[in-house]
Design a protein around this ligand. Structure first.
Ligand code: HEM
Length: 319
């Protein structure tokens, strides 16, 4: 592994991976105590939260999910800033976008299945997806199969389909890193003479050191700040805002209406997938890639502005 890839910006993907492993372990513990049903879900999470050991496991699961999402976001920024999506790593970028989508879907389903007011209101967006996709989108509707409530299907997504998809995509992601090696350095590092390489085991130790530090911070957060949980939902009430990764979409709802949430999400992911097509120059240097860097900056500012305006706005009824 090249020396420059042993720094924090180049170990963010590894940090996200370590977080994912611990999330799987804590998630497996939680499945033993969670009851996937409309009548039992919220009560079972309250029972978990009332137990000193289980509540710690739940709090770690919650805070680590936030930490993993931050690590994935920062990893995406690093890859974007260093132009690491360029030939021959376009497929690597596409797999990354799918990993990002799977991470968001895990956050979404995780929020819904605790089945409190926040989760219930998030679920209403599933119905919007069902309407927008029509035929094949019927799977997202509560009315898909009367005998099994949608909370059970979302639970199976959260604990089985999505983690398995994540595992498969990660295998492909790691295979491609091995195949193409790490992209060349940029900036001051590129100007230096090629440095020495370090054995992979040294790199791995670094990843587990940083990943372990994140888990340590999460443990402290978990001890002092319980994961949010409200009472069972009341139908027809809109009293919450979504978790922070989805706040920008709440901003979209505020300004344009509920019907724009799904198209905005699609536009975001199609835009991400198109990055290697938009920036086709050979150079990895940010100074040679002013257009894509400016575009990325503008989109980030827009998403941040929507997030902040949603955070500051009063709770509004969108349904
Ligand atoms: C669960 C999510 C993810 C995990 C665990 C993960 C893991 C990794 C790891 C361990 C590396 C090696 C270098 C590094 O860590 O910086 C890497 C490289 C890479 N990742 Fe990810 N990744 C994830 C998501 C993403 C996303 C969201 C993107 C972009 C949309 C992406 C695109 C790439 C690319 C293009 C490389 C090659 C970078 C280079 O050669 O410099 N990954 N990933």
């Amino acid at each position: 592994v090249p020396g420059y890839a042993n720094t924090i910006p180049y170990t963010l993907g590894g940090t996200a991976f370590v977080s994912f492993l611990v999330l799987v372990l804590t998630g497996i513990v939680l499945t033993q105590f969670y009851h996937p049903s409309t009548t039992g879900a919220n009560a079972s999470v309250h029972a978990i939260a009332a137990d000193p050991v289980l509540s710690l496991v739940r709090n770690i699961h919650f805070w680590l999910a936030q930490a993993m999402f931050v690590a994935v976001l920062l990893h995406l920024f690093r890859v974007f800033a260093t132009g690491a999506y360029k030939r021959p790593r376009e497929l690597q970028w596409v797999v990354g976008v799918l990993l990002f989508a799977a991470s968001i879907a895990l956050l979404f389903t995780g929020a819904v299945i605790k089945w409190d007011e926040e989760g219930y209101e998030a679920l209403q967006h599933n119905e919007q997806i069902a309407n927008a996709l029509a035929g094949p989108g019927g799977w997202f509707a509560s009315s898909y199969f009367d005998a099994v409530h949608i909370v059970v299907r979302l639970y199976s997504l959260h604990v089985s389909l999505l983690p398995m998809a994540m595992g498969g995509l990660l295998l492909l992601h790691f295979f491609l890193i091995r195949h193409h090696k790490i992209a060349p350095p940029v900036g001051a590092e590129a100007a230096k003479a090629p440095g020495t390489t370090v054995p992979f085991t040294v790199h791995l130790r670094k990843i587990f050191l940083y990943g372990g530090a994140v888990v340590g911070i999460v443990l402290v957060l978990a001890l002092f700040f319980p994961a949010p949980l409200g009472p069972a939902p009341i139908d027809g009430v809109e009293a919450t805002k979504p978790p922070w990764p989805f706040l920008w979409l709440y901003g979209v709802e505020n300004y344009f209406g509920l019907g724009y949430v799904f198209p905005a999400t699609m536009a975001f992911f199609i835009g991400l997938l198109a990055v290697p097509l938009i920036d086709r120059s050979k150079s990895h240097e940010p100074k040679d890639r002013r257009f894509i860097i400016a575009l990325g900056f503008a989109v980030s500012v827009l998403l941040l502005a929507l997030t902040l305006s949603a955070a500051l706005s009063p709770v509004t009824s969108h349904f």
